[in-house]
Design a protein around this ligand. Structure first.
Ligand SMILES: O=C(O)CCC(=O)C(=O)O
Ligand SMILES: [Fe+2]
Length: 251
């Protein structure tokens, strides 16, 4: 297994990932093979010694430990592999390279059995978390599956307010991407599949100059891992630049 990067030999290459629309409104797109095997191994190695209890940003409750029991770590934007993935995320969104400063440091999230992230939105409900100095609110999210232990059960990403196109459920299940054992009224549950990612738009369209409101339909949860384990990765793009303190001066 290749985990050690010879930086001088590294070339950023984008895999031929395959997008598929899950929902038009809210816009949700499933991305097959978005993160390569090399990148997965590399990112895990990069983050391995810095995992700490995950924080929460929507401070509805001051007991974060009951809501988000995972451990997480941020990855340095200056790392060449991290930067390559940022470039991919920007291009996918049709954004120019100059928008790099809108991406928050990529965040790995690790779950062991019983660990979960209760229902939440990635957009901030409190305006004080989404001020201009931090780039406003989170416009979009990617959640990628970086590591899924063999024999993992549970640990899906559930969107209770989403529905697949009529008649499409069977195909999504057969691909192994969606958990169709879950009752349909519980929405859509993406199964953790290494290398794949889910992308969605968090904010409703707004009039120019006015604050965009969060889309309640993007509510989701990281369901408890039952057996095995998973490591996911958040890629959050803000409405504006997140600021130098947060990205460590990497624009
Ligand atoms: O673990 C998951 O499936 C989702 C995690 C999540 O929604 C988050 O970290 O914001
Ligand atoms: Fe989330």
């Amino acid at each position: 297994k290749q985990t050690v990067l010879k930086t001088d030999e590294y070339v950023c290459e984008h895999p031929p990932y395959k997008p598929r629309i899950v929902s038009h409104s809210p816009l949700v797109i499933y991305l097959e093979n978005f993160i390569t095997p090399f990148e997965r191994a590399y990112l895990l190695d990069l983050g391995k010694s810095t995992f700490a209890p995950s924080g929460i940003t929507n401070r509805a409750s001051n007991d974060a430990s009951a809501i988000r029991t995972s451990r997480s770590t941020n990855l340095a934007p200056s790392d060449p592999v991290v930067s390559c993935i940022e470039t991919r995320a920007l291009r996918f969104q049709g954004l120019p390279a100059a928008a790099r400063g809108r991406i928050e440091p990529l965040q790995l999230v690790k779950y062991e059995p019983t660990q979960h992230f209760h229902f939440h939105t990635d957009w901030f409900t409190s305006p004080s978390d989404a001020g201009p100095e931090v780039g406003g609110n989170r416009a979009t999210s990617f959640f990628a599956y970086v590591k899924v232990e063999e024999g993992t059960t549970g640990g899906g990403t559930n969107f209770p307010r989403l529905t697949l196109e009529a008649g499409a459920e069977e195909e999504w299940c057969d691909e192994g991407w969606v958990d169709c054992d879950a009752p349909r009224e519980e929405g859509v549950t993406f199964r953790p599949v290494e290398g794949n990612a889910v992308f969605w738009v968090n904010l409703l369209d707004g009039q120019a100059g006015s604050t965009r409101r969060g889309d309640e339909r993007t509510l989701h949860a990281g369901l408890p891992v039952v057996t095995g384990g998973k490591v996911g990765m958040n890629i959050w793009t803000r409405e504006g630049s997140v600021g130098e303190e947060i990205r460590g001066g990497v624009a």
